[in-house]
Design a protein. Structure first.
Length: 133
């Protein structure tokens, strides 16, 4: 089902993460539906939401220089869909998708649903191959 992430007022809040094995040079697609509260990302003091895709070695040690960041645009209570693709960089054996809030107060939130990821190949560019827990 859907997951609600409510702000806690901290500079960096990690609301959700999911890790998976990757192969360097391979493309991966990620997607989900989401809705933000009325003011999240729009009014001063209401913070913003990001999706970060981190990469690391097989011991799951993340290299911050390899992180790809995507903004979750404000939706003011409307459901939207986001999808993006990334290529695992050289040396990467582990990937991780993280939803991160930056300075989001307890009055603001995001709801996410239908999280998916898939390795992309040829004409089988399915964004819904694997459902994330």
């Amino acid at each position: 089902g859907a997951m609600k992430i409510t702000g806690n007022g901290k500079i960096a809040q990690y609301g959700y993460s999911y890790g998976f094995d990757v192969k360097a040079g391979k493309e991966y697609g990620m997607s989900f539906a989401y809705m933000t509260s009325e003011n999240l990302g729009l009014k001063k003091g209401c913070g913003s939401a990001l999706v970060m895709v981190n990469f690391g070695n097989k011991k799951k040690q993340i290299d911050p220089k390899l992180t790809k960041t995507f903004r979750m645009n404000p939706t003011r209570g409307e459901w939207k869909h986001i999808q993006f693709k990334v290529t695992a960089p050289a040396g990467a054996e582990y990937g991780e998708m993280v939803i991160r809030f930056i300075g989001v107060p307890a009055s603001e939130y995001a709801i996410v649903d239908n999280l998916r990821w898939a390795p992309l190949a040829g004409d089988k560019n399915f964004f819904n191959q694997y459902s994330l827990p």
